[in-house]
Each structure stands twice: as C-alpha cells, then as structure tokens.
Design a protein around this ligand. Structure first.
Ligand code: MN
Length: 204
C-alpha cells in the first residue's frame, strides 16, 4: 500500500508567494529540510513497527518519539495551509471563526493580543495554537511544547503558528515579535474557517 507512510505535501502556493513577510530561502529550508525531517523521522518509526519481531521496544521512548515526529509532521501541514499570500490573506477574521472570536474574546484586537503573547511566550521550541472545544463551545489559545501534542478529546486545532527558531531565524534573527507580526499578514482565515466549520459538523 502506497499510503502506509507519510509523505511531504507540496505547499499550496509558490516559495516566493509569502514574500516579503517570509522569504523564499526561509520557506524552502523550512519545508524541504525541516518538514521533510519529521516525515523521515515518523516513517523510520513506522518501519520499526512493521518489523516487530518479538523484541521489546522501550514503549515510553517510542511513544514520545512518535508524538514528536508525527506531531511535527501534522502541525506543519496545518501551518502551510493556514498561511497564504499577503494580497489575499491577513486582516480581520471572517465567517464562523470571527463569530467565535467576538463571542469569547470580545474583539479581534483582544484575541490578536493574547495569541501574540502566547506565541512570544513559547519557551524554546514550540507552537501557539487555537483550538475549539466542542463540549463548551469555546475557543482556546494553547501552547504546544516542541511538537508534542497532548490530545484532549473534544478539542481540535483550528490554527497554528510555528515558533521554532527554524521557522523565522533566516528572516528575523532574534526578532520574534516581528515574525509574529508578519504572521498576521499571512493568516488564511478561509482555511481557519474551513477547519472550524468541518469540526462543528463532525459527529462527536
Ligand atoms: Mn517548523
């Protein structure tokens, strides 16, 4: 079977299309090298599972590695799709997600401020993410350490921002706030809404 392993997806836009906020060099390195490394890491583990031969695994270590590589793979897929060219993206949110932001945060300004703080406050490598809890019908901002998504039933991720240095260092060096500001020019609300509407329609 061909789909037994993970594959690096193509970007939904060209490598130059996020300029000037994200350079071709930065995006290419991030996608072709870093994202590829998580694909390779995840597949190496899957191949280890395929070759189970009676020898015991260190299950705890393998679970952690699996979460890291598969988490890294999936989060990057989310990241690429929730970005887009600045002439078509950025600005104020629209659709369902705009309604949730208004309901739970009062205003987009307040939401942007808190999400920015969550991103800036990621210690070391990690992500800022927006989740939607179906139990309470609320959206929450969360941080993910490294790529280790701890799955909470009833929650799903709607939007992510990669805060690993590899995501911005070529373009922004140590200026994390400038990178986060650039993110708001590239955010693809249509995709955030697609994820939100799909999740709201899914059976629990
Ligand atoms: Mn990354």
């Amino acid at each position: 079977m061909d789909n037994k392993y993970y594959k690096l997806p193509d970007l939904p836009y060209g490598f130059k299309d996020l300029e000037p906020y994200m350079s071709e060099e930065q995006l290419k390195l991030h996608h072709d090298k870093h994202h590829q490394a998580y694909v390779d890491g995840a597949n190496a583990l899957l191949k280890k599972f395929d070759a189970r031969n009676g020898e015991d695994f260190d299950v705890k270590a393998v679970s952690k590695e699996l979460t890291f590589h598969v988490g890294g793979f999936v989060l990057h897929n989310y990241f690429w799709t929730n970005l887009g060219p600045a002439d078509k993206c950025g600005g104020a949110p629209t659709g369902t997600i705009a309604e949730y932001i208004k309901k739970d945060f009062g205003s987009f300004e307040r939401f942007k401020k808190e999400f920015t703080q969550a991103a800036a406050g990621v210690e070391g490598s990690g992500w800022a993410v927006l989740t939607l809890c179906r139990k309470t019908d609320r959206i929450f901002i969360m941080q993910i350490e490294k790529h280790n998504v701890n799955v909470i039933p009833g929650f799903r991720i709607m939007m992510v921002l990669d805060m690993w240095e590899h995501a911005y260092y070529l373009d922004y060096k140590n200026k994390r706030p400038d990178y986060i500001e650039a993110f708001w020019k590239l955010i693809n609300w249509d995709e955030v809404n697609r994820k939100t509407d799909t999740w709201l329609k899914s059976p629990l």
